[in-house]
Design a protein around this ligand. Structure first.
Ligand code: PLP
Length: 389
């Protein structure tokens, strides 16, 4: 089949299948591979959804999304992100993942160049290739010492053919966020090169850095060339509900809405009603969850600090830490599979997120505190044992 020529199987899906298989055999596994928050979807969202079903929100909705939901998203974008969007510029989609794909479908034309920051979310590269098989992808690595953007490389590689830069902060898998001066510099590049930027802000609310989250679309002069993607999966633990959204200029929205009409018709109508209830929550659930994530990240840093073969750039947000295993001499695949078989701990090999990241593994901060601590201690012991200590 045509698609199989350029789309590889998702390596993290394969790996979690392996861990699930061991779970199915009732073998105790500590999964540090999980990519969804541990808390339940807040009850008011569930109640509002039940209510919507009973009240007949079971038919097609406006393809862009229910007006009342888009009004709430518009208000949120202005209040939280400084983005001045109208409801005509917002499309509700079945997940942020679908929003990303629709944006790529709308923007990419044959032989366009895309700057993709690596390590990256496993779906970016396949999505670019599905949206436009001839697209030229420039994968630009974050700097290994602090996961900051490599400005020189980005500036050197971007040219007239650069159609779009994709960013994701808070970042999966490193947990990095952008500081204000970095955001200014990035905005300068978009201005100079007149390209688009897709900003995936799905982890916006999972922020334990003490610093504000910045949205690139808040820069008025480049907001027209920005597609901001966000959703409900991470902030409201709604991964299975499949609801997200994007905001972009009118031209992009016109194409996105045409594709959406023919691919999805609309996002599930009663799920949209449920999502409306998310905006009346106090977000206290996220503050306490961020505290838990921060505590686990510090706990991990303390354990790792005394291990000469491992190093860590502490995460600032999101759900993950990206552990440097280069001094162990193992590839990320070997490290992960051996760790699973010898210590029953599942992590995700760094190579899943980019070719140059075979010297890292992604550790999810989602497991309960005791299980998490046990998992990190096992990683520490595993490395000491292979090094003969
Ligand atoms: N973007 C990033 C960076 C992600 O990590 C994920 C999911 O893990 C998504 C998008 C997809 O989010 P959704 O569940 O809303 O489709």
């Amino acid at each position: 089949m045509k698609i199989s020529r350029y789309i590889k199987d998702s390596p993290t899906l394969k790996f979690s299948e392996l861990a699930k298989e061991r779970n199915r055999r009732r073998e105790r596994i500590i999964s540090l591979g999980i990519s969804e928050p541990a808390f339940d979807t807040p009850l008011p969202i569930i109640d509002a959804t039940y209510d919507a079903i009973k009240k007949g929100y079971t038919k097609y909705s406006n393809s862009l999304g229910l007006i009342e939901l888009r009004e709430l998203i518009r208000d949120k974008l202005l209040k939280d992100n400084g983005i001045n969007a109208s409801i005509e510029n917002i499309v509700v989609t079945p997940g942020a993942k679908q929003a990303l794909y629709l944006a790529l479908m709308a923007l990419l034309e044959p032989y366009d160049e895309v700057i993709n920051i690596t390590p990256c979310y496993v779906s970016y590269i396949p999505q670019i290739k599905i949206a436009e098989p001839t697209a030229v992808i420039h994968n630009i690595d974050l700097k290994k010492d602090d996961f900051s953007l490599d400005w020189e490389k980005i500036e050197n590689i971007s040219n007239k053919k650069t159609k779009v830069i994709i960013i994701n902060f808070p970042h999966n898998p490193t947990g990095r966020m952008l500081h204000k001066d970095e955001m200014d510099r990035l905005a300068g590049i978009i201005r100079d090169k007149s390209c688009y930027i897709i900003s995936d802000e799905i982890y916006e609310k999972l922020n334990f850095s003490g610093l504000p989250h910045y949205s690139i679309a808040a820069f008025k002069d480049i907001s027209e060339r920005t597609v901001t993607v966000n959703g409900f999966s991470k902030a409201f633990s709604m991964t299975g509900w499949r609801i997200g959204y994007l905001t972009a200029n009118k031209e992009v929205i016109k194409i996105v809405s045409k594709i959406q009409q023919h691919i999805n018709t609309n996002t599930c109508t009663f799920v949209q009603k449920g999502a409306c209830a998310a905006f009346s929550l106090s977000n206290g659930h996220v503050s306490s969850y961020n505290k838990e994530l921060k505590d686990k990240a510090s706990l991990m840093a303390d354990i790792i600090e005394s291990n000469h073969w491992l190093s860590l750039v502490p995460p600032m947000g999101g759900l993950f830490a990206f552990l440097n295993i280069s001094r162990t001499g193992l590839s990320s695949d070997d490290f992960s599979f051996n760790l699973l078989s010898k210590k029953d701990v599942a992590v995700i090999p760094g190579v899943s997120f980019g070719e140059q990241w075979d010297d890292h593994v992604r550790i999810s901060l989602v497991a309960g505190k005791d299980e998490f601590e046990d998992g990190i201690k096992r990683i520490d012991r595993f490395v000491r044992e292979i090094k003969g200590i």
